[in-house]
Design a protein around this ligand. Structure first.
Ligand SMILES: *[C@@H]1O[C@H](CO)[C@@H](O)[C@H](O)[C@H]1NC(C)=O
Ligand SMILES: [Ca+2]
Ligand SMILES: [Ca+2]
Ligand SMILES: [Ca+2]
Length: 151
């Protein structure tokens, strides 16, 4: 049993997979549940902004730093720190090491594919599969290309 656990731990570290064994689909469900403050099963832009820039912003500078993001994501969703680093890098479209409204706006076409100002579980799931290294949508060493809105 111990050997099995040790091997399982080594295996998951080498793959950068979630140490608790959560799949990307499961994490997407957990994230939506946390972001959906009014419980209608969808995440509005207001709910997304409130969660990120109030709850995840430990030093209250209205930006989510790399450290704030990794700390919150790893603690809440039990993801591997290396995987989370890559995920943050993919989310940080302008590569300033902060998640700001600029990054969120650039992801909106993918997050909210039918443009109704809400992100459904299905939409978030698809988004996470593109952005998250365990979703197999990311080729190592390449950035996922996203077209910013209004530029
Ligand atoms: C940030 O704001 C929250 C809520 O207003 C407060 O509890 C917390 O102490 C603040 N943190 C810092 C570092 O200012
Ligand atoms: Ca909601
Ligand atoms: Ca901050
Ligand atoms: Ca940024």
């Amino acid at each position: 049993m111990f050997t099995f656990l040790l091997l399982a731990a080594l295996f998951s570290v080498s793959l950068g997979a979630n140490p608790h064994g959560y799949s990307v689909d499961q994490v997407a469900g957990l994230v939506i549940h946390d972001l959906d403050s009014n419980g209608d099963g969808q995440v509005s832009q207001a709910e997304l902004v409130q969660e990120l820039f109030i709850k995840w912003d430990s030093n209250n500078d209205s930006k989510v730093s790399h450290e704030e993001f990794v700390h919150h994501w790893v603690n809440t969703y039990h993801d591997h720190p290396d995987t989370t680093n890559t995920f943050f890098h993919n989310l940080d479209t302008d590569h300033d090491k902060f998640l700001t409204m600029t990054d969120i706006i650039s992801h909106l076409p993918e997050l909210d594919q039918n443009h109704d100002n809400h992100v459904t579980v299905t939409e978030f799931n698809a988004f996470l599969h593109v952005m998250h290294p365990d979703g197999h949508g990311h080729v190592h060493g390449q950035h996922v290309s996203v077209q910013p809105v209004g530029k």
